[in-house]
Design a protein around this ligand. Structure first.
Ligand code: SAM
Length: 251
């Protein structure tokens, strides 16, 4: 999906049901719009493996899995994987890509995770989806419920403190949300949500997310340079991606 958002209004939505209907509509053409999909997938999978400390012997669940790229790429690093999405059209596409049975897919809402029992999963990951969920508090609570003692939640989302999204894009007339209900968490908001859901340890980091699909090449080049500067100088406001690592207490 290629998209330039100067002057473009976000997809109208008021409820989670509107969000689900939007993803059902775009599922057949859904693809990463922010750069070379293979390179981005390898980078994000590396981050997930590293921060979730995957040991190859665990049940890993991906929430908001879309067509399944990330959970499928982690298959070798888990005993079994389950991808979950509330869009049945996304899950249909994901199932077509999971022939060997080690990774399976379910229709479920990340705010409820009703198809899982308490303390069932070792690791939960989430990539590019939390920003689309209006009730983020419910996501943290549901993830905490299904994690075993010592389980890890690693979430790659958009940084709410990103200077481009917060200040510069609105000034230049670029849209930053694809759906009207999209909201981006700051480091502090993410940490507060995870703590109040009962996670014992919470850490946040930044990762390289440059919204290439939303801006012309000249601007994305500039944002890439700013991202590098942010990484070298440790300036969070220059980084587009927020990584949340939340760990459940050991028994
Ligand atoms: C931008 S896509 C990202 C998909 C995938 N993680 C990837 O990186 O390719 C966001 C996905 O989150 C899903 N999603 C949004 N809200 C959800 C919710 N409450 N429960 C489950 N899935 C949700 C959407 O249906 C969509 O497939």
């Amino acid at each position: 999906m290629t998209r330039r958002t100067r002057g473009v209004q976000p997809e109208p939505a008021r409820t989670a049901e509107d969000v689900r209907a939007f993803f059902d509509r775009i599922a057949s053409e859904y693809a990463d719009s922010h750069g070379d999909p293979g390179r981005l997938l390898r980078y994000r999978a590396r981050l997930l493996r590293r921060w979730a400390r995957l040991d190859g012997d665990e049940l890993v669940v991906e929430i908001g899995c879309g067509t399944g790229d990330h959970i499928l790429s982690l298959a070798k690093r888990c005993a079994s994987g389950v991808g979950v999405d509330f869009s049945s059209a996304m899950i249909r596409r994901a199932r077509e890509r999971a022939p060997d049975g080690k990774v399976s897919f379910r229709v479920d809402d990340a705010t409820r995770l009703e198809t899982f029992g308490r303390a069932e999963a070792d690791v939960v990951v989430c990539v590019g989806s939390l920003e689309h969920v209006p009730d983020k508090r419910a996501v943290f609570a549901a993830v905490r419920r299904i994690l075993k003692p010592g389980g890890r939640f690693v979430c790659l989302t958009v940084n709410g403190g990103y200077l481009w999204h917060r200040t510069v894009a609105p000034l230049l007339g670029f849209g930053t949300r694809h759906i009207a209900t999209d909201r981006f968490l700051s480091q502090a908001q993410a940490a507060a949500l995870a703590s109040s859901a009962g996670f014992k340890t919470v850490a946040t980091r930044f990762w390289s997310f440059v919204p290439r699909g939303d801006v012309p090449p000249g601007i994305s080049g500039l944002l890439e340079a700013i991202d590098v500067m942010g990484r070298l100088l440790g300036v969070g406001a220059f980084r587009g991606g927020l990584l949340i690592l939340a760990e459940a207490a050991r028994a």
